[in-house]
Design a protein around this ligand. Structure first.
Ligand SMILES: *[C@@H]1O[C@H](CO)[C@@H](O)[C@H](O)[C@H]1NC(C)=O
Ligand SMILES: *[C@@H]1O[C@H](CO)[C@@H](O)[C@H](O)[C@H]1NC(C)=O
Ligand SMILES: *[C@@H]1O[C@H](CO)[C@@H](O)[C@H](O)[C@H]1NC(C)=O
Ligand SMILES: *[C@@H]1O[C@H](CO)[C@@H](O)[C@H](O)[C@H]1NC(C)=O
Ligand SMILES: *[C@@H]1O[C@H](CO)[C@@H](O)[C@H](O)[C@H]1NC(C)=O
Ligand SMILES: *[C@@H]1O[C@H](CO)[C@@H](O)[C@H](O)[C@H]1NC(C)=O
Length: 618
């Protein structure tokens, strides 16, 4: 009783200050940049302190920029301004719709500035206010010049840029010069990272002098999202593209179809989605895809569609017999699955049925109708199960009738012939739209070994995507044979690894979880150097982290992709010679930026570490 009474007195005495004014009180803490790190200090001392965000964007050689630019000098002079106080002048010496894209990119840039506000709400875009004070006099002026390019991202596009920020009285000017729209877009991204929310004035704080000269280390900087094992909604793919834009990744590889489901609605072949989608609401219309393609392009990103085959096909292909076309796929949903495929459900193309090629041709033509430009097309092409084909009477009879033996080699040769036919059908589709054949992409598999690659995969027509381990000897062989490679070695860049198993108990096949540090440290040039003594700077186009979605959907995609996708972004853009530990502070802050942009990124440390730099080390 006595204790209780005392406590009450305490509460009554202190209550007025504590409960009503807590949020208006000046913080007892501030930060100072010392030896390139922000140190938390007691306010009210002899030195004037910075807010945490001001310290983050000005401290250290590159402030809070992510990914690290090739060259950056970030000054420590700042000004407060409002994202509404933005003017711009754009000069486009470029063809295509570059200038219109740039106009849109400026709007996105401005929206990203608004998103720094802790109360940013979606619903009334463009969101404005409540910023304080509306009378703030400082202004940001953008002076952007695009020198050329046609607004289409290819493997030859120059994505470099120059950014110079300087201040004259109450105007800070950012001068951006880039060879193409894509470089200019990257520059705006960098500039947005020289600003932050200013906690004590409810405005933005902006670095007013900085010089950046920047270009990517790798041309191909990708993420893969599987939309077949589980459906991923357009909104979540948009968020994925936002995250990619913030970290200068430039390729979203959509693994659109697999045995599990066929979510892509094709107007000329409605049966595919009718039979294959999980539900009528789990589909992408052509408008959805065109919307995503534009959404991506204005953020500096290309879409790479994948229609997997000749394995990883099944649901969606069952309508052949009903339409008088025979079995287009075999072993569909066949049990026991262990005998016919690597994971349930099974299914492979029926190589013996010429109608399968007629349908495939139509699919490729539809792909060209949906996507205005297809720079790279992914044929999938892995994990063919020979027992499936070899236990299907129709296929065995066809093999025998054509005098093929029933050996592994004979079947793999038929796979090679299938692949070449598929490529020619895709080339036809491109020609019908007066476009050049897209560069093909294909996974490492039995088709990329034993000399079959040389017979069926022309080096000038295919990029090979490595999904085995980073020390697989097949990498050496393919490089020596002159192939261009994209790395997705699963020991570092499979983002689905590390979870409970989904067939049986224990952990999933590629456990453990790949931490952001492992993602960051996976350097394709170094892997090539260790294997071959040569970095193969030209042959290695880049890398891609893969999110296979057996165990992910809308609810979990963000946290699986981010912030590890950002670690990938810096590896592929900057390719630093240093390891993850020097990047940690900036990554923790970039994760906050992803959150501001509406991405539910995973938390990787206590907030205390964000506020007490370099004290969470071993
Ligand atoms: C807000 O959300 C809607 C759908 O919920 C979306 O169409 C729109 O693009 C979003 N706006 C912003 C600014 O994120
Ligand atoms: C800044 O924006 C506010 C709100 O939109 C406006 O009232 C003010 O005049 C602008 N100031 C300058 C210097 O442009
Ligand atoms: C920042 O401004 C100062 C003084 O105007 C100048 O000496 C310095 O070079 C500038 N720094 C950068 C990074 O531009
Ligand atoms: C298979 O071999 C037989 C005997 O050598 C030959 O008569 C027949 O034409 C061959 N069939 C095909 C499809 O090549
Ligand atoms: C296919 O089946 C036959 C027996 O019916 C067998 O001799 C052959 O080895 C099998 N081939 C493969 C690739 O499994
Ligand atoms: C590969 O394609 C190129 C370009 O079309 C062609 O010149 C070359 O002969 C092809 N190589 C082989 C081995 O077919």
């Amino acid at each position: 009783m006595k204790v209780y009474a005392l406590f009450l007195t305490f509460l009554v005495c202190f209550r007025p200050t504590f409960s009503s004014n807590f949020f208006q009180l000046p913080s007892p803490w501030g930060w100072a940049c010392e030896e390139d790190k922000c140190v938390k200090k007691s306010a009210g001392g002899p030195t004037s302190l910075l807010t945490l965000n001001t310290c983050k964007i000005t401290c250290g050689p590159a402030g809070a920029l992510w990914p690290l630019p090739t060259m950056a000098i970030v000054g420590n002079e700042v000004a407060n301004f409002l994202p509404t106080n933005l003017t711009h002048s754009l000069t486009c010496g470029a063809g295509g719709d570059s200038c219109q894209l740039l106009q849109e990119a400026v709007t996105i840039f401005q929206d990203n500035l608004h998103r720094y506000h802790p109360n940013y709400k979606n619903g009334s875009a463009p969101w404005v206010g409540p910023w304080d004070p509306p009378t703030l006099r400082h202004k940001l002026h953008l002076d952007v010049t695009i020198q050329g390019g046609d607004g289409i991202l290819t493997l030859d596009t120059d994505e470099s840029y120059e950014l110079a920020v300087s201040r004259v009285e109450s105007v800070t000017t950012a001068v951006i010069i880039a060879p193409t729209f894509f470089g200019a877009r990257h520059a705006l991204e960098t500039l947005s990272q020289l600003a932050e929310y200013h906690e004590t004035t409810n405005s933005l704080v902006l670095v007013t002098n900085a010089t950046v000269s920047d270009a990517p280390a790798f041309k191909y900087r990708g993420l893969l999202v599987d939309t077949s094992r589980n459906f991923i909604s357009v909104g979540v793919l948009e968020r994925t593209l936002e995250g990619m834009a913030s970290t200068k990744l430039n390729t979203l590889h959509l693994h659109l179809t697999d045995t599990h489901s066929w979510p892509l609605y094709l107007p000329g072949l409605p049966n595919m989605a009718y039979y294959g989608a999980y539900s009528p609401s789990n589909i992408y219309t052509p408008q959805d895809m065109r919307h995503l393609q534009h959404y991506a392009r204005v953020r500096g990103i290309r879409l790479v569609p994948e229609i997997d085959g000749p394995a990883h096909v099944g649901n969606g292909w069952q309508w052949g017999p009903k339409e008088g076309l025979g079995n287009l796929a075999v072993c569909v949903n066949q049990e026991p699955w262990q005998e016919f495929c690597v994971e349930p459900p099974c299914g492979q193309f029926n190589l013996a049925n010429p109608n399968m090629y007629t349908v495939l041709r139509k699919i490729y033509f539809e792909i060209y109708d949906i996507f205005n430009s297809v720079d790279i097309f992914h044929y999938g092409g892995d994990e063919v199960n020979l027992n499936c084909w070899n236990t299907t009477d129709e296929i065995v009879e066809w093999m025998t009738a054509n005098n093929h033996s029933l050996t592994d080699d004979a079947y793999y040769e038929q796979w090679g012939i299938f692949q070449e036919k598929a490529r020619l059908l895709m080339a036809d589709a491109a020609i019908s739209k007066r476009m050049k054949e897209p560069t093909g992409m294909i996974w490492t598999s039995h088709l990329t070994e034993m000399g079959r690659e040389l017979r069926y995969l022309n080096q000038s027509k295919y990029i090979i995507q490595i999904w085995s381990t980073g020390d697989d000897p097949v990498i050496t062989k393919l490089l020596q044979e002159g192939y261009k490679l994209v790395f997705s070695n699963h020991d570092a860049w499979y983002l689905d690894c590390g979870a409970g198993a989904w067939v049986g108990e224990g952990n999933n096949w590629c456990s453990p979880y790949k931490g952001w540090q492992a993602v960051y440290n996976n350097n394709p040039h170094r892997l090539a150097l260790e294997l071959t003594g040569n970095e193969y700077k030209d042959a290695i186009l880049g890398g891609e982290a893969a999110l296979w979605t057996e165990q992910a959907d809308d609810a979990t995609v963000d946290a699986k992709l981010w912030p590890r996708g950002a670690a990938l972004g810096e590896r592929l853009w900057s390719n630093p010679s240093t390891s993850w530990s020097l990047a940690e502070l900036r990554l923790i802050h970039h994760r906050q930026r992803l959150m501001n942009r509406g991405i539910m990124a995973d938390r990787i440390q206590p907030q205390w570490c964000h506020q007490n730099e370099r004290l969470c080390y071993l």
